[in-house]
Design a protein around this ligand. Structure first.
Ligand SMILES: C=C(C(=O)O)c1ccccc1
Length: 360
C-alpha cells in the first residue's frame, strides 16, 4: 500500500495512516454558533483520515470573523461537538479541533454589541470577510491593551478544556493565515512597543504563552500548532520570515513534547513557491511530529513521507468532494472536484452529499 498507509503517533494520538484532513471553514453553524447537525455526518464520512483537524472554531464571541462559523465557548457548542466526536470515534477515527481567534480579520456586524475587532496594533488589514451582506472589507481594529492579554490567554485555555470535554483527541492552535496569533508574529501587523512587539522574541511571546497555557491545561501531547510562514493570506506579511519562524518553532519545541506542528507551505490554497523558504530548517528545530500541507498529490505526498520530509500530509480541498480520500489515494483513482458554489454556507448540498467510491 505504500508509505501513506502506515500508522504513526502524533503525541498521545495514534493515527492509522499519514493522511490528515486539514481544517476547512464551511460556514454552516446554526443559531448560537453551534455546529450544524449535518456536521455529524460530514465528519463521520471522512473518519478514515488518519487525523481529522476539524474546522477553525472561535474561542470567544470576539474571536469570530466570518458569518456562521462555530464556537467552543458555550455548553450548547460543547454538546453539539460531542455528537461529532462520538460519531468519528465510532468509526475508529481521530479528530482534533482547530482553536481560532481571528483578531483583525472581522467585521463589527459579527461582534457582540457591534464592537470593533481587536489586534496587536490599530492597523486595518487589506482583506475582506464574509458577513450577512456578502463579502465586505474587514473593520478597522483597535489594539489590545496589555491588561487584556491574560484574559485572552485564559479564553484559549478554557476553549482547549472545552474541546477535550467535547470528546476531541486534542486541539490545533490556529497560529496561521494572518489571524490573531499570526498578526502578533508578523511585523507587517504588529507594531507594538511593549513586550509583545518589536523583536522576534517579543513577537513570538503570545504564541509561546498561548501554547504553554493550553499544554498545561490538556497536556502538550494533545496540543498541535498550525503555522504559515510565507502565506500572504489576510494581508499577512513579515520582513524576515525565516528567522522569525525558526525562533517560533524553537520556542514551541521548548514547551515539551507537543503533538505536532502543521505547516502550510507557500500561499494558503495557492502557489507553494511564492516566497523562498527553508521548511526543513524549521523541522530540524522540532522533536515532535511534522505535518506538511498545500497542494500535495498522491505522488508528492508518498515521496515526502518516504524521504522523512514529513510524518503526515494534510489535504484540505480534496477532502471536500472525496469523503473517502484515503481509499481513493490507495486505489489511485481520479479525485472528484468540489463545487465552489456550495463551499461556504448552505446545507447538505456540496457538504454531505458527495458519494464515496464504494458507494457507502
Ligand atoms: C479559517 C480559515 C483559514 O485558516 O484560512 C478560513 C476562513 C474563511 C474561509 C476560508 C478559510
Amino acid at each position: 500500500d505504500g508509505p501513506l498507509f502506515t500508522p504513526t503517533r502524533l503525541g498521545a494520538i495514534a493515527v492509522a495512516n499519514r493522511i490528515a484532513m486539514a481544517p476547512l471553514t464551511r460556514n454552516r453553524a446554526i443559531e448560537g454558533r453551534v455546529p450544524n447537525p449535518l456536521a455529524i455526518q460530514y465528519y463521520e464520512q471522512r473518519a478514515s483520515a488518519g487525523l481529522i483537524i476539524a474546522e477553525a472554531t472561535q474561542i470567544s464571541p470576539l474571536g469570530q470573523g466570518y458569518l456562521d462559523t462555530p464556537g467552543i465557548y458555550s455548553q450548547g457548542q460543547i454538546d453539539a461537538w460531542k455528537k461529532v466526536t462520538d460519531a468519528v470515534h465510532a468509526r475508529g477515527g481521530k479528530i482534533v479541533l482547530q482553536l481560532w481567534h481571528v483578531g483583525r480579520i472581522s467585521h463589527t456586524s459579527l461582534l457582540p454589541d457591534g464592537e470593533v475587532p481587536v489586534a496587536p496594533s490599530a492597523l486595518p488589514a487589506k482583506a475582506k470577510t464574509f458577513t450577512s451582506k456578502g463579502f465586505e472589507d474587514v473593520s478597522a481594529p483597535r489594539a489590545l491593551e496589555l491588561s487584556e492579554i491574560p484574559a485572552l490567554i485564559q479564553d484559549y485555555r478554557q476553549a482547549a478544556r472545552n474541546a477535550i470535554t467535547a470528546g476531541f483527541d486534542g486541539v490545533e492552535v490556529h497560529a496561521a493565515n494572518g489571524y490573531l496569533i499570526d498578526q502578533f508574529l508578523r511585523d507587517g501587523s504588529n507594531q507594538r512597543t511593549d513586550e509583545y512587539g518589536g523583536s522576534i522574541e517579543n513577537r513570538t511571546r503570545l504564541l509561546d504563552e498561548v501554547v504553554r497555557a493550553i499544554a498545561s491545561e490538556i497536556g502538550p501531547e494533545r496540543t498541535g500548532v498550525r503555522l504559515s510562514p510565507v502565506t500572504p493570506a489576510n494581508d499577512a506579511h513579515d520582513s524576515q520570515p525565516q528567522p522569525l519562524f525558526e525562533r517560533a518553532v524553537e520556542r514551541l519545541d521548548a514547551i515539551g513534547p507537543l503533538a505536532f506542528i502543521h505547516v502550510i507551505e507557500g500561499a494558503t490554497g495557492g502557489p507553494r513557491d511564492n516566497i523562498a523558504f527553508d521548511y526543513q530548517a524549521l523541522r530540524a528545530k522540532f522533536k515532535g511530529a511534522w505535518i506538511a500541507n498545500n497542494g500535495y498529490t498522491k505522488d508528492t505526498a508518498e515521496a515526502a513521507i518516504a524521504s522523512g520530509y514529513a510524518d503526515v500530509i494534510a489535504f484540505g480541498r480534496p477532502f471536500i468532494a472525496n469523503p473517502d480520500l484515503v481509499e481513493r489515494l490507495r486505489l489511485g483513482v481520479a479525485l472528484s472536484d468540489l463545487d465552489p458554489d456550495t463551499l461556504y454556507g448552505g446545507g447538505s448540498r456540496g457538504y454531505t452529499d458527495y458519494p464515496s467510491v464504494s458507494g457507502a
